[in-house]
Design a protein around this ligand. Structure first.
Ligand code: ADP
Ligand code: AMP
Ligand code: ZN
Length: 224
């Protein structure tokens, strides 16, 4: 493989609310590769009322996984964009073994997955994080009403956009999302551990400390 074909792929693992999106945004800047959040891609499609968005809606409303075939196709398409020429940071993908196997097949010819940081967090903390999460309607920036509040309540610091609570961030749906995580996504911890790719960080620490520990894990792998 020619050196210019080698890309850096990271997979962020962790329960909903662990801080994957928050950390992915910070890593984007550090590594100069884009975050690919399948949840964000589905929400974008939903907002624009595309066929894919309408299909995904019923699953997202329940907190269930969108079928693998459409999810994998969406990721494949996203990876063809020019901004992925040096790699990508996956956030919320893969979510089960079928998706993980598909991602291996996609990334192996390009150098494979470099590291899988697992952001660990207790369920009670995850519930508090998710129910207090607020997202900017225009730019997608993520806040927390207590832990990471915007300067002005309800208004995005970046672009003044309106902050809203995701429909699936209400407690009933969150409980199912945690259930789905343990049933379908948690087996990926063992899957990546066996490949020697897992790096666990404590997600219960403040945002900047989690970031520093992630940086250290990347340094240990020679990725920065
Ligand atoms: P995920 O992408 O894993 O679902 P997010 O990055 O959206 O998680 O974070 C969930 C919520 O917790 C958001 O409201 C975010 O502002 C907040 N948050 C993220 N990391 C931390 C942290 N280390 N400490 C406190 N709150 C955090
Ligand atoms: P997230 O933004 O990661 O919390 O995802 C929000 C919702 O989008 C999930 O509850 C699922 O319904 C759907 N979703 C996101 N990523 C995936 C994925 N990799 N596979 C299937 N469904 C997904
Ligand atoms: Zn914004």
């Amino acid at each position: 493989m020619a050196a210019q074909d080698r890309r850096v792929f990271l997979v962020l693992l962790g329960v909903p609310g662990a801080g994957k999106g928050t950390q992915a945004k910070l890593l984007e800047e550090l590594l100069q590769i884009p975050q690919i959040s399948t949840g964000d891609l589905f929400r974008y499609n939903l907002k624009n009322e595309t066929e894919l968005g309408l299909l995904a809606k019923s699953y997202m409303d329940r907190g269930d996984l969108v079928p693998d075939e459409v999810t994998i196709r969406m990721v494949e398409e996203r990876l063809t964009r020019e901004d992925c020429a040096r790699g990508a940071i996956f956030d919320g993908f893969p979510r089960n073994l079928v998706q993980a196997t598909a991602l291996d097949a996609i990334t192996e010819p390009l150098g494979g997955i470099a590291l899988v940081p697992l952001i660990g967090l207790e369920d009670d903390d995850a519930m508090r994080r998710i129910t207090g999460r607020r997202v900017c309607r225009s730019c997608g920036a993520v806040y927390h009403i207590d832990f990471n509040p915007p300067k002005q309540e309800g208004v995005c610091d970046v672009d003044g956009g309106e902050l809203y609570q995701r429909d699936d961030d209400k407690p009933d749906t969150v409980r199912n999302r945690l259930y789905v995580y343990y049933k379908q996504t948690a087996p990926l911890v063992g899957y990546y551990y066996a490949k020697g790719l897992l790096a666990e960080v404590d997600g219960g620490l403040p945002i900047d400390e989690v970031q520093a520990n992630l940086k250290a894990a990347l340094q240990a792998k020679g990725l920065i």
